[in-house]
Design a protein around this ligand. Structure first.
Ligand SMILES: CC(C)(COP(=O)(O)OP(=O)(O)OC[C@H]1O[C@@H](n2cnc3c(N)ncnc32)[C@H](O)[C@@H]1OP(=O)(O)O)[C@@H](O)C(=O)NCCC(=O)NCCS
Length: 396
């Protein structure tokens, strides 16, 4: 590699398409055409490349959207498809690319960055912390009943898609970690994508309200049968979930080996299974990283009746503006962070990101060496950020 000075990061343009397709195709063992399609779906201004002189040696896709914490939307820069030319790997190329993207997004006033990882060590060094889960459950069709047959099942059409988005949008804020989905995410859930064509069914209650939907496709299994893979399943009532499970149960003929649901132990879709006899494994842990502290702490929500202040001393080796002492004041469900305070809780940006997510409580974070503080500060941090158990059904 030439000297560090020769590396530059810039938005991608159409002349980079071949390099991006080749890099991404190789990195993820995917048809290069799929990489191009993902970048196109991500939007024209969101590809980033890192170059050594004129040569593109790494790439990533920025996915601006929102994510719910404390029942409110926080602006979030999703990051996907990070890939580096094989002979440039382990020389700091991905780190340089990501540091540039993180600084750029902090300057834009984004609250968070979120990603799914293959290489945790890389992202930890950049300040990302485990923040939520995605479990994979394989439900045995023999344990699904088809008993709930009231209401009407509707196919997906343009009006149905509007209802699906409205249903999700109205209820998603209640789930810590759920996305305010961009078109990139919705398309991958509802439309033909990556070689699969989802079927989407809506459940309308006898009261006339659409109370749930499921999007799924079928995938062949080695036994010569297939499994049903659920891309999204969401309902606004217990009836909605029961009706959707009943529909999936009645779709399971002898040819179906199982129903795959990405879930969490506290997902209502999982809790409302007639029998919880499923093979459940942790598929992914996703990570977040705080960017602009003002946006991150000001946009999220907090417990409604809590009045609290928390003094935090932060160290961030990527975004200079975050360094120093801060006082977080919480009142009436809203929060604001200002310079000052006594630094009762000390942490680097990774510990603060972990705490913010509510994925683990302050006790566990202190025991892992991610944060340290006075007993009072740790107790207050616990009441401010709670144990939110964030999770997500989709991957991006
Ligand atoms: C993962 C990938 C992007 C890393 O790019 P890179 O330029 O080699 O990363 P960096 O040199 O900046 O690595 C910085 C640190 O991250 C960690 N890291 C990077 N690659 C790693 C790997 N393969 N295994 C374990 N740790 C790794 C190390 O701690 C490394 O520091 P070190 O080299 O001093 O030990 C690259 O290997 C790649 O393109 N892989 C295929 C696609 C992929 O998995 N992308 C990630 C999607 S989340």
């Amino acid at each position: 590699m030439s000297s560090d000075d020769a590396l530059s990061v810039r938005p991608s343009n159409s002349s980079d398409d071949d390099a991006i397709a080749r890099l991404g195709g190789h990195a993820f063992a995917l048809d290069p055409a799929r990489i191009c399609a993902a970048y196109e779906l991500g939007g024209p201004r969101n590809g980033r490349v890192i170059c050594d002189g004129p040569d593109v040696i790494g790439t990533s896709l920025l996915l601006p959207m929102g994510q719910y914490f404390g029942q409110r939307r926080v602006s979030m820069a999703g990051i996907a498809l990070v890939a580096v030319e094989p002979h440039y790997q382990r020389q700091g190329v991905a780190s340089t690319l990501l540091r540039s993207m993180l600084r750029e997004q902090a300057e834009e006033g984004m609250g968070l960055s979120t990603l799914f990882v293959t290489t945790k060590a890389l992202y930890r060094k950049l300040g990302y912390a485990d923040a939520g889960t995605r479990f994979r459950a394989i439900v045995d069709p023999r344990h699904l009943s088809a008993d709930e047959r009231s209401g009407t099942l509707l196919p997906m059409d343009a009006a149905g898609e509007t209802r699906v988005r409205a249903l999700y949008g109205a209820h998603a804020p209640a789930y810590a970690g759920f996305l305010d989905r961009s078109e990139y995410v919705w398309t991958r859930i509802l439309r033909p994508w990556s070689g699969r064509t989802p079927t989407c069914v809506l459940a309308r209650h006898d009261n006339g309200q659409v109370e749930g939907y499921v999007s799924y496709s079928k995938s062949p299994t080695p036994s010569g049968s297939h499994e049903i893979v659920v891309h999204d399943m969401f309902a606004s009532s217990p009836w909605g979930y029961r009706r959707l499970w009943s529909f999936l149960g009645s779709s399971c003929t002898r040819l179906v080996d199982g129903v795959v649901l990405y879930t969490a132990p506290h997902d209502p879709a999982y809790m409302l299974l007639p029998e919880q006899r499923a093979d459940v494994r942790l598929a992914d842990t996703w990570m977040i990283r705080l960017l602009d502290l003002d946006a991150a702490f000001g946009q999220r929500g907090y417990p409604p009746r809590l009045e609290a202040t928390l003094d935090i001393d932060v160290y961030d080796d990527v975004i200079d503006e975050n360094n120093g002492q801060w006082r977080l004041s919480v009142s009436g469900g809203r929060g604001a962070i200002r310079r000052g305070g006594a630094g009762d809780l000390r942490t680097d940006i990774r510990g603060l990101s972990a705490l913010y997510s509510g994925f683990a409580g302050p006790g566990a974070l202190a025991a892992s060496g991610l944060i340290e503080g006075t007993p009072a500060a740790l107790a207050i941090a616990g009441t401010v950020f709670g144990a939110a158990q964030p999770w997500m059904r989709e991957m991006f």
